[in-house]
Ligand binder design. Structure first.
Ligand SMILES: Cc1ncc(COP(=O)(O)O)c(C=O)c1O
Length: 475
């Protein structure tokens, strides 16, 4: 290719590739259109169903262009109106959060400015924003200043990071794996076992510790089991407590478990993915002992009501956290001189990563902490209110919950499990409000998880009306 041919080719490519940079006018048009769409979405949330389901269609990428209006139309029909409406306050299943608008704004700014947030050298400001969020989390959970941490995509990846540090600290590898023991509560979240599997620990021995009548791990049984395992020549190395289980919202007796872990030299991990931020409420005494954990995970996309895709992990032992995640490479040599923990990438499996620090930092600065605290406190009281209203209708309720997840069933005279299953189906079919189910103490139960910033007293009233409607048809 001659120089002239090359210049002509570049001109031609530029004519087409420049379309990726919208003009100022186009950006304004797009922005107005998106803003109109999101306004309509938010302002009709109250009247939209929380659940409906049809197979997804019309979403194939063909390589052809499509006007934005048409894209938004497809998005509305195929995504926004299909499945669980997780932005709705009427989503009371699994663990909701909602997704506050300030988080979306932060994501927009992060995406437009696109700093390389994983490495301090590349963006001291973006890396520091994440580090300051981690520092704030350390203060929330009374972790020492010397502990380290990072933001992840969510609870599952945070668990992976924490367990890898535990594995490395306790040198659980090769033949040591089969002799090592992990202790889990019976209602532990499945991301726990999944993380063990992913990090090469699927052959460890897992002991499921039974729960008491409030669904908390029985510390006395844990202590006895560890002693038995030691006597058998095994290597107990990790105990996982949960501060807010998914099934029932129970907070394990953290101080008791910390005592046992300390005595037996186990790594003490706390899964506070859902419940962690309730430490900011009047129930904070339930969390006594959380500060003694070796590692802790918590999910701002649950307890701070941020859009999905942001979890956090705190680890006390800096060396173990760095061991698997820090790597030297020639092409990274310019960044090598800096303090390792300034760069989130050194504490996480991700190098290039979403600048998720901004979606935590910006909302906390914009709103201050008080609305978050009030919102969490409100969820606790709404759960109480929900239970009072259901009990008035003759439902049986699980024990008084620690936090904002509870469960119930209707005491049909016959085939109770099957009829409650039918009730769950009827609730899903109605779809105005979304609830999910579980099996607790061998009983089919319906769960309510009140954790969306948009769930209000009126939402609870509408849920009760709906449940009443559905149960009448089955009786
Ligand atoms: C207690 C608990 N731990 C861990 C997780 C996993 O978190 P994520 O879905 O963010 O990966 C969840 C999710 O609901 C959870 O409730």
């Amino acid at each position: 290719m001659t120089k002239e041919e090359l210049l002509n080719k570049l001109k031609e490519l530029n004519r087409i590739s420049s379309k990726l940079e919208l003009s100022s006018t186009e950006r304004k048009e797009v922005f107005e259109s998106i803003s109109g769409y999101t306004e309509r979405f938010i302002s009709t949330l109250d009247s939209s169903r929380a659940f409906s389901q049809k197979p997804a269609g019309r979403l194939a990428v063909t390589g052809d262009r499509m006007p934005l209006a048409e894209i938004l139309d497809i998005y509305q029909k195929e995504v926004a109106e299909n499945g669980i409406n997780a932005a709705s306050g009427k989503h009371l299943g699994y663990i909701p959060g909602g997704g506050i608008f300030a988080g979306a704004i932060a994501d927009f700014i992060a995406a437009v400015t696109n700093p390389f947030a994983g490495v301090y050298y590349a963006s001291p400001g973006a890396a520091s924003i994440e580090n300051e969020v981690v520092n704030w989390l350390k203060s929330v959970f009374s972790f020492p200043a010397g502990s380290v941490g990072c933001l992840s995509s969510g609870g599952s990846v945070s668990t992976l990071i924490a367990f890898t540090a535990a594995r490395d600290k306790h040198r659980v590898k090769n033949e040591a794996v089969r002799k090592s023991v992990v202790y889990l509560g019976e209602q532990v979240h499945h991301s726990t076992q999944k993380a063990l599997r992913i990090i090469g620990l699927e052959d460890v021995l897992i002991r499921y510790v039974p729960l008491d009548d409030q669904h908390r791990m029985r510390a006395d049984v844990l202590a006895t089991q560890i002693e038995k395992d030691c006597n058998r020549g095994l290597n107990p190395f990790l105990v996982v407590a949960t501060a807010g289980t998914t099934d029932t919202g129970a907070v394990d007796p953290l101080n008791d478990i910390a005592n046992i872990a300390e005595q037996s030299r186990l790594w003490f991990h706390v899964d506070a993915a859902y419940g962690g931020f309730y430490i900011l409420t009047s129930r904070n005494q339930l969390f006594n002992g959380i500060e003694r954990a070796d590692s802790l995970i918590t999910d701002p996309h649950k307890g701070l009501f941020l859009p999905y895709g942001v979890g956090a992990v705190l680890i006390k032992d800096k060396a173990s956290a760095l061991q698997s995640n820090y790597y030297e490479a020639n092409y990274m040599q310019d960044a090598a001189a800096e303090e390792l923990i300034l760069s989130p990438a050194n504490l996480s499996p991700e190098l290039t990563r979403h600048f998720r620090g901004l979606r935590v930092w910006l909302p906390l600065l914009l709103h201050g902490i008080e609305p978050f605290k009030s919102c969490l406190e409100e969820k606790l009281l709404l759960t109480k209110y929900f239970r009072i209203r259901l009990a008035e209708l003759g439902f049986n309720m699980g024990p008084e919950p620690h936090l904002s997840v509870s469960y119930f069933w209707y005491p049909f005279e016959q085939d109770t499990d099957q009829k409650n299953r039918q009730l769950m189906d009827a609730i899903h079919h109605d779809g105005e409000v979304f609830l999910s189910s579980s099996v607790i103490n061998n009983r089919f139960v319906i769960r309510v998880a009140i954790n969306s910033f948009r769930t209000k007293k009126e939402t609870v009233d509408r849920s009760i009306e709906m449940i009443e409607r559905c149960v009448k048809d089955i009786k």
